[in-house]
Each structure stands twice: as C-alpha cells, then as structure tokens.
Design a protein around this ligand. Structure first.
Ligand code: FAD
Length: 424
C-alpha cells in the first residue's frame, strides 16, 4: 500500500497503528525491524522528502565514482513502501505533535495550499534526522550541503559541467571525505577550517597533523586556522579573477570567499586581510543540529546540542508512546550520528512497540572509519580532542593513540596508517 497524497490520511487515522516521521536510514530500519516480526500492524511513514531508500554515506564517494543520485537510490519511496506494506505520505511535513490526543498535523510540501491534516497514532517513532548548521557567513542560497540526496544531486549536476574550484568549509569527517572525492573527480579543492588540521574536534593534534599532511600531499589546499567571514556572488566584471575554471555554475557567477585568521593580534602580520578566494562553489560542512520544534510540541525532553533524549535501554522518550532513533536523538548525553547502531536500535524499538520481551538496547559506540584513501584513520570508543591521549605506537607508517579517562582506562583509540603503496 503506497499513497503519496494526503487524501487517505483520514482513513489512516481510523486505523492508527505506528507513525514514523522521517524516511532516512533510521526510519526505514525501524520499518524493516517491525515488518520482520509483524506483517499486520499498520505503519504510516510520513516524510518531507520522496522517501527514496539510499545509503547516505555514499554521498561522499559518489562523485569520483561517477554515480548520479539515481544510481544511489536502491528503491523509490513508493516501491519500498509497497514492498514493506506501509502507507507512505511523501513530500509531507509533520508540523505539530499532540501527545495528549496522540495525533500529528501534517502539510503537503508538494501542494501550494497550507491545508493541514490530522493523523492519529498509537505509537510514534521520530526519525527526523538533523539538519546542517549554516553560520551567518554562509548564506544558504549560495552554499551547498551534502546532508541529503536531493541537494547533493543538484550540486552533482553543476559539477558535471567540468573541472571547477570548490571551497569546503569545515574539515570534520564529511568535509574531509568530500574534499578527496571532489579532488579525485578532477576539481580544484580548498578545505577551510577553524582548526589547524582536519578532525581536530575529535582527535589530538599529533594524529590530526598526519591527516593534514596526507590530504595536502594529495593536492587538496588545506587552510587551517582560518574563519570564513563572508561568501558573496562576484560581480560579473570581477569574474575573471581566478584560473581557467569553468564558470557554468551558480548562475554563471563565481563566489568570493572572504576569510581571516582567528588571531586578533594586531602585530601579527598573518592577521592582515587575506586575498579572498574566488571559487565556483562553496560547500558547508559545519556541523548538524536538531530542530527542536516537534520535540517541544510533543513535550519530549530535548538537549539543544545533542537532540532528543531517549532512555538508553528502550529508546523511549519521556513522552508516552514516542520513540526516537538516528541523527535526531542522543543516548546518555551523546549523539551518535552513524549508521552501524541503527539496526540494533530499530530492533529494540520494534520489540518494544510490539510488546515483545527484549533484553534492552546495549549501546556500543561504533567503529568510525574515515573513507579517505590518502590515509587510513580508524577510531573506536568515544573520541574527543581534549583529554589525556597517550601514544601507544609511533612510526612513519603508523600512529596508535589511546584516550585515557580519569581512572586511566582507555575510552577511545585512534589508529592512523599510511595507505599501502600499490604494487607496481
Ligand atoms: C555525506 C555523509 C556521509 C556520511 N558517511 C557516514 C559513514 O561513512 N558512516 C556512518 O556510519 N555514517 C555516515 N554518515 C552519517 C549517517 O549517514 C547518518 O547518521 C544517517 O544517515 C542518519 O539517518 P537518519 O535517518 O537519522 O536521518 P536523515 O537521513 O537526515 O533522515 C531524516 C528524514 O526525516 C525527514 N524529516 C525531517 N523533518 C521532518 C518533518 N518535520 N516531517 C516529515 N519528515 C521530516 C527527512 O525528510 C528525512 O527523510 C554520513 C553522513 C553524511 C551526510
């Protein structure tokens, strides 16, 4: 059963059952987990996008592999909904949740009117993800993000026009990965970060220095210790400031990226205004945040930094019959925005919703791997840059460091290896 408009919403309300908000990896994992155990319970999947099933981590590998968004879609939303026998309300935004009457209000994003429809639920799973943070200096109408396949697809189309200069702001995992992907696809890449090296919020300087060196030796221009202060369209007259790069993007306009050092020391010559970058595209990779509007409406406990608070064993929120999973939630005060834990989390939610006995979700931080090929970076535990990091092994080819907690127990380990040189 697959429905892509709201005309059936009232009949869905009569049946109630389970509502899932969001058709990312988290939402679909919950559907798979419920359907593995119960093929009858009515499920309504409400999602602001098309509901297409795709593996989001591929978005930082696809361009160099010449894969278009359509190549990444494993099943369209309607196909997947048919297979799983769920009612799909695609292109539909949940605008309000009433936890007392156990209803949600939804509005179609495909239709021009603002008509709202009310749908009831017995159980609800919030899987609405997190959305990119755009600092004021990065206007959303000029800057791309790669947190969703639809936006990614628009960027990919622009980049298909030929070799271009792309500035990426933010050298966390996503920024560092997409930088290599674009470089491999033949683009000129400038990666800019407030910190001296990539992944600096997660790992100690000794480790991140190796990552900076590896990506620079690949040909990525890394500007560490700089803050982007403005991005603006270049006037047509100034359009020839840079290189011979293609200009067939951003409506034919290049973008000017102003940036400066973080130091305010007037005697330091580095603080002189720097020559702006002139680029074809800017990608923001400056972190994620969870929209608090729906959790607040539902009376769900929420942390501004980490999202919806859930009970670690059941993934229930503090509101009756409401669960949360994926990028929008946190366990024991830590957001875990990775794919690996989703399957076990979804299985727990399915058991809990269906009233099956279960042993409780046991959260284990997943192994984190940077997908770059220039250097191998693997992290276990819960890493954070600040703390007592100790070197375990150090050679030209390998660095292993442990993060020790107050009791000298290892709470995270990073292993960095030079990539194997392919045999001639
Ligand atoms: C480029 C990139 C590369 C990554 N690489 C890796 C990796 O290598 N390994 C790894 O483990 N993790 C990786 N991640 C993280 C991982 O992909 C995410 O943790 C995961 O996909 C999050 O899934 P989600 O379903 O919680 O959120 P999302 O995919 O963001 O889905 C949220 C859904 O909610 C819907 N929605 C939001 N608000 C509403 C509303 N009000 N009403 C209706 N629908 C709504 C949206 O339309 C969307 O369908 C990567 C992330 C990115 C962006």
């Amino acid at each position: 059963m697959s429905v892509e408009n709201l005309s059936v919403a009232s009949s869905t309300a009569a049946k109630k059952g389970v509502i899932i908000i969001g058709a990312g990896l988290a939402g679909w994992h919950v559907i798979d987990a419920i359907r593995a155990k119960d093929t009858e319970i009515p499920i309504t999947l409400i999602t602001a996008d098309s509901g297409d099933r795709y593996h989001k981590p591929m978005l930082t590998m696809a361009i160099s592999q010449n894969k278009r968004a359509s190549d990444l879609v494993r099943a369209s939303g309607s196909e997947a909904a048919n297979t799983a026998e769920v009612t799909l309300l695609a292109n539909t935004q949940v605008t309000d949740i009433d936890p007392v009457s156990q209803t949600v209000q939804v509005r179609s994003t495909a239709q021009s009117d603002d008509a709202l429809t009310t749908i009831g639920y017995e159980k609800m799973v919030i899987a609405m993800g997190a959305h990119p943070i755009f600092p004021k200096s990065l206007p959303q109408d000029l800057v791309w993000h790669v947190n969703h396949i639809e936006r990614f697809s628009q960027l990919q189309e622009k980049l298909a026009a030929g070799s271009q200069h792309v500035a990426i702001v933010g050298a966390g995992m996503v920024g560092t990965e997409i930088a290599e992907d674009l470089l491999k696809a033949g683009h000129k890449v400038t990666l800019i970060d407030l910190n001296d090296a990539p992944l600096s919020q997660m790992l100690p300087a000794k480790a991140t220095a190796r990552i900076a060196k590896a990506i620079e030796s690949q040909g990525i221009q890394f500007l560490g210790g700089y803050q982007v202060s403005a991005v603006a369209r270049v006037n047509d007259d100034d359009n020839n400031n840079d290189s011979n790069d293609s200009n067939d993007s951003n409506d034919g306009k290049k973008l000017r990226v102003d940036y400066a050092t973080l130091s305010s020391d007037a005697d330091n010559t580095d603080t002189q205004p720097l020559e702006p970058l002139i680029v074809d595209h800017v990608i923001a990779s400056t972190g994620l945040t969870v929209d608090k509007k729906l959790p607040a409406a539902a009376g769900v406990e929420f942390d501004r930094r980490t999202g919806i608070v859930v009970d670690a064993a059941t993934l229930r929120t503090n509101a009756a019959n409401i669960y949360a999973i994926g990028d929008c939630m946190s366990i024991n005060g830590v957001a875990c925005r990775y794919v690996a834990p989703l399957r076990a989390q979804a299985a727990t939610i399915a058991d809990d919703i269906l009233g099956h006995e279960h042993s409780g979700y046991d959260h284990k931080p997943p192994m984190i791997r940077l997908k770059n090929k220039a250097i191998s970076v693997m992290v276990t535990g819960v890493p954070q840059a600040a703390g007592n990091w100790q070197v375990k092994t150090e050679s030209d080819d390998e660095l292993i460091m442990n993060l020790l907690d107050d009791n000298e127990v290892v709470s995270a380990t990073v292993t960095i290896k030079a990539p194997a040189v392919p045999k001639a």
